[in-house]
Design a protein around this ligand. Structure first.
Ligand code: NDP
Length: 274
């Protein structure tokens, strides 16, 4: 019996997950099926029930807008999923119960390490305080940064995020407060959705120009507006979030299959098709 997996979302037609997981399966010689499934807020939980009624269904990925609902459906949450309040990976466990995890945090950290964009003790500026920032928080702190500063357009949301894990190296501010930052950042991560609408988060140019590496979680066939802006300010090391997408998928694959796929060739193949 072939093990079955799928990804839920709405919309879902554009999802690259089936392609990524099929490439992982081929590369690691795993015999799996991986499909996509459109759902609605109303039928998502029923759809999960019927998918997992089939014993061959071993797990699924969940993308927008169902990550919070998925966290309510599972029997158990990983510590990362609890903190994120969201699940992007469901795993059928050997006792028949379902574990919800989130692999976005490990996915971005895996990519940052692959790119040599970060190391222990770094000063990191995280722009944005939405779901993606929340999902990345715990994994970024595991890098033991000297400072992880969350800056957001709505300052209160950055403060709320930082309050989830009280520790001195995790701080929050508004974009306006960034002018007071005297020391440069080793890494800036743009987790705002500004790039999707071709906008720039309004932060001082000097903060970007003086940084060691600029990473945008968004990706497209061309450099995002944020990366283009960073390059125009003289930043030479930067990347978009395509590797994060593949990294989170690799982490899900590992949770299901116990095998770590190579990501480099998969990132290249996807890049060629953007
Ligand atoms: P959310 O909607 O949860 O959060 C959006 C964030 O962006 C908020 O902090 C919001 O600020 C901020 N924002 C939106 N527009 C602007 C703007 N014009 N200027 C400044 N700030 C702005 O989105 P997510 O956190 O889920 O996703 C964020 C981005 O990350 C998206 O581009 C998404 O594609 C990308 N992403 C990439 C992944 C990958 O695998 N590569 C995985 C997950 C996400 P405010 O609070 O003030 O509204």
């Amino acid at each position: 019996m072939t093990d079955k997996f799928l990804v839920y979302g709405n919309p879902i037609a554009q999802s690259k997950s089936p392609k990524i997981h099929q490439m992982f399966a081929k590369q690691t010689q795993q015999n799996i099926e991986y499909d996509r499934q459109l759902a609605t807020i109303e039928n998502f939980k029923d759809s999960l029930n019927s998918f997992f009624a089939d014993e061959a269904a071993k797990g699924c990925n969940v993308t927008a807008p169902f990550k919070e609902q998925a966290a309510q459906w599972v029997n158990q949450l990983s510590s990362g999923a609890k903190l994120a309040g969201a699940v992007n990976t469901i795993i059928r466990q050997s006792d028949g119960t379902f574990l919800g995890d989130t692999t976005d945090g490990p996915g971005i950290v895996q990519d940052l390490l692959r790119l040599n964009a970060v190391k222990k003790g770094a000063r990191i500026l995280l722009l944005g305080a939405g779901g993606a920032a929340r999902g990345a928080l715990q994994s970024l702190l595991a890098l033991e940064p000297e400072l992880l500063l969350v800056a957001n357009r709505t300052t209160s949301k950055a403060e709320l995020l930082a309050s989830l894990i009280p520790q001195p190296n995790l701080q929050a501010c508004g974009f306006d407060d960034l002018v007071d930052q005297n020391e440069p950042f080793d890494l800036i991560i743009n987790s705002t959705s500004a790039s999707l609408s071709g906008e720039l988060p309004p932060i001082p140019d000097e903060v970007i120009a003086n940084s060691g590496y600029v990473y945008d979680m968004s990706y497209s066939d061309k450099p995002t507006v944020f990366l283009k802006h960073a390059a125009s300010l003289g930043v030479t090391k930067y990347s978009d979030g395509l590797g994060m997408l593949v990294g989170q998928a690799a982490e899900s694959f590992y949770l299901w299959r116990g095998v770590r796929p190579e990501v480099e060739a998969v990132i290249e193949a996807l890049r060629a098709e953007l």
